[in-house]
Design a protein around this ligand. Structure first.
Ligand code: HEC
Ligand code: HEC
Length: 325
């Protein structure tokens, strides 16, 4: 009886093996052909309307779940968790609001399915880990974290979790970062200064722009660097229009958002070492506040030196040299 069962198990195993070998070989020659031969449907159905990103309460109670949870908490408590890397006053959720799920504030849900991708600013195809480090070095004006660190894996585990079921390459709301706004509007710094008080920005972000605790700084040495997307007139106007004031998002007129953005971005902020090599093939958007190839700085603010200029650089992906291949 025992021997018969053992024999049966072996047969099944052998069948499974030859099946997968056969399938692998066929798939190598004609992708998809093996699937139809096995009668399995190969099309993926995805309905954005029905899709909801996973939330904290959905995190499984296992080892992967522990990593996902650490990633979420790094997003929320970045300077507390990694003070040598997040050296300023911003945390990831200062911009990626609602744990990276809010569609109008550069959502991170779906990011796992959008990378690797070509980034015109760096002029190269980058992996999601490098994109994380672009935010550490530019948006947080901090230092790049080691790509192979457990913390990086935790970030990526969280992004994969909140991207679950989004097929690779599918464009969903927020795929292109902040909602694009009419870039034909000009911002007026003086009008923005008046709005900063009348629209209550000052009550939270303070007259010095330095913020306080979980209220992030808008300018000065602890704010985002000049190399951040937020340092561009149109990008910050979009963020402000859709997300601020925190108590009444969506209440500002587009012109008011542009004026506030011009005011916020007229102040001194940390430099971004290496920024002159951005958009290496040209084509920088007109509101980039520093010189790049074929582009003159747009309303450049005063720049504050970085304490660790080397840490502010995200190396381009290295190529294995011919000799060591
Ligand atoms: C000052 C605001 C700000 C902060 C702080 C910030 N980011 Fe970002 N991040 C952005 C913006 C804006 C974009 C999208 C670029 C755009 O719209 O031009 C972005 C894009 C990203 C993307 C790419 C998303 C995609 O699918 O394309 C990732 C990943 C990311 N950020 C991770 C992080 C992490 C991790 C942190 C904290 C260490 C962080 N960000 C902090 C503003 C910020
Ligand atoms: C009730 C308090 C409050 C008010 C009022 C407020 N903010 Fe904010 N703001 C916040 C908080 C909190 C965040 C971080 C988001 C989060 O943690 O969810 C933030 C984030 C920001 C950011 C992105 C992060 C950074 O530091 O650059 C900008 C830009 C910003 N606010 C601009 C404004 C402007 C302009 C106004 C006025 C129209 C305004 N805020 C009004 C609380 C406020």
């Amino acid at each position: 009886m025992g021997r018969a069962l053992f024999g049966l198990a072996l047969t099944v195993l052998a069948a499974a093996c030859s099946d997968s070998v056969g399938k692998g070989a066929a798939a190598g020659a004609v992708p998809g052909a093996a699937d139809s031969a096995h009668g399995a449907a190969s099309s993926v159905t995805f309905s954005e309307a029905a899709w909801k990103p996973k939330r904290e309460a959905d995190i499984p109670n296992d080892s992967l779940g522990a990593s996902i949870k650490r990633g979420l908490y790094l997003l929320r408590f970045t300077p507390e968790s990694l003070p040598k890397y997040a050296t300023g006053g911003l945390r990831c959720v200062s911009c990626h609001q609602d744990d990276g799920l809010r569609v109008t504030s550069a959502p991170l849900a779906g990011s796992h399915a959008r990378f690797p991708k070509y980034m015109p600013r760096s002029g190269t195809v980058i992996a999601l880990a490098d994109r994380v480090n672009y935010c550490f070095t530019r948006s947080l004006a901090g230092n790049a974290i080691p790509v192979s660190s457990r913390e990086m894996i935790d970030f990526l585990a969280y992004f994969a979790f909140i991207s679950k079921d989004v097929p690779v390459g599918t464009k969903i709301a927020g795929t292109d970062g902040l909602v694009s706004s009419p870039d034909t509007l000009a911002g007026d710094v003086a009008r923005g200064a008046a709005l900063y008080t009348s629209k209550q920005c000052v009550t939270c972000h303070l007259a010095t722009g330095a913020g306080n605790g979980p209220i992030p700084p808008l300018w000065g040495p602890r704010s985002y660097s000049v190399g951040a997307s937020m340092a561009r007139l149109e990008r910050a106007a979009s963020f402000i229009k859709h997300n601020m004031p925190q108590t009444a998002p969506g209440s500002l007129a587009p012109q008011e958002a542009f004026d506030l953005s011009a005011f916020v971005n007229s102040h001194a902020r940390p430099d971004s070492p290496g920024k002159e090599s951005d958009w290496p093939t040209g084509g920088a958007p007109s509101d980039v506040p520093y010189d790049t190839k074929g582009h003159k700085a747009f309303h450049p603010p005063l720049l504050l030196p970085r304490q660790n200029p080397q840490g502010a650089l995200v190396p381009k992906p290295p190529v294995i040299s011919r000799a060591s291949r």
